[in-house]
Design a protein around this ligand. Structure first.
Ligand code: GDP
Ligand code: MN
Ligand code: MN
Ligand code: MN
Length: 248
């Protein structure tokens, strides 16, 4: 497998056609295109000013609690934006752990304050898999939309897939055997997250200007694929433990 950055992409703005901008720069007759959510959001006009989110009582309460707990200034308008972009709040302190409308669990509803193109806030794409599908259709290759995310239990962030099209999300190893002939019982490998992490490593996080990376020579193989990616709460024991209840 090889990863190639797409060179020379400009600053992306509302209405830009990402598929054409990529096609003008690389020959894409095969491979998988990974796009940083940042540029998908910019192209879809998901930029906003803090003033567009006048804080209600709940946002003010959340921001005040965060301020107290973290000793940092917190803008209640930002808390309001996070609330509006979320369908569930899993933690309110010392940071906002949210579920987005499309099922992704992340801090602050994935609202970015870096590489925003000068505006205050960059919201995640509304439906990243639909965004991926549009680009995938235009270019006839699979597309993965990535974001840089933290995760519990480990320091640091890495790329994850928040949308995908043209490839299954996972590869099902159940029923395959290990080297001792034992049948694998539970392993479903989340391929799109693995590819997103690799692409994100190439893209970087700063001013490098590489929001698009092509994965070449990756073979999904003959194994069954599945499109299960985000867990529902019924199926997510860590989330249930966090809430202190069990969903039976
Ligand atoms: P995120 O992981 O989706 O939040 O995106 P990042 O902010 O980490 O940016 C990923 C990569 O895309 C970095 O190399 C950025 O410099 C680059 N990038 C972000 N926005 C733009 C843009 O509008 N144009 C170009 N060419 N690169 C961008
Ligand atoms: Mn981001
Ligand atoms: Mn990033
Ligand atoms: Mn192993």
């Amino acid at each position: 497998m090889q990863l190639h950055p797409v060179p020379g992409l400009p600053e992306i703005g509302p209405g830009d056609d990402l598929a054409s901008l990529v096609a003008e720069r690389v020959d894409l007759d095969s491979g998988i295109l990974c796009l940083a959510s940042t540029v998908v959001s910019k192209a879809e006009g998901r930029i906003a000013a803090l003033d567009e989110f006048p804080a209600g009582p709940r946002a003010r309460e959340i921001a005040a609690r965060l301020e107290e707990r973290t000793d940092e200034e917190k803008d209640p308008r930002f808390a309001q934006a996070v609330l509006e972009e979320s369908t569930d709040l899993l933690m309110e302190s010392p940071f906002l752990l949210t579920e987005t409308r499309f099922g992704h669990i992340c801090v602050n509803a994935g609202i970015d304050r870096s590489n925003t193109g000068g505006e205050d806030l960059l919201l995640l794409p509304k439906h990243p898999s639909e965004s991926a599908a549009r680009v995938s259709e235009a270019l006839s290759v699979p597309v993965i939309v990535t974001d840089t995310c933290g995760r519990p239990f480990r320091h640091g962030q890495r790329g994850v897939a928040i949308g995908w099209a043209g490839t299954p999300a996972s590869r099902d190893w159940r029923g395959e055997s290990d080297r001792d002939g034992r049948e694998l019982g539970v392993t479903v490998e989340n391929v799109i997250d693995e590819l997103a992490a690799a692409a994100n490593l190439v893209a970087g996080e700063g001013d490098g200007g590489v929001p698009a990376v092509v994965v070449e020579d990756f073979e999904f193989g003959e194994m069954d694929g599945s499109d299960e990616h985000f867990r529902d709460v019924e199926d997510d024991y860590v989330r249930q433990a966090l809430r202190g209840w069990s969903y039976e």
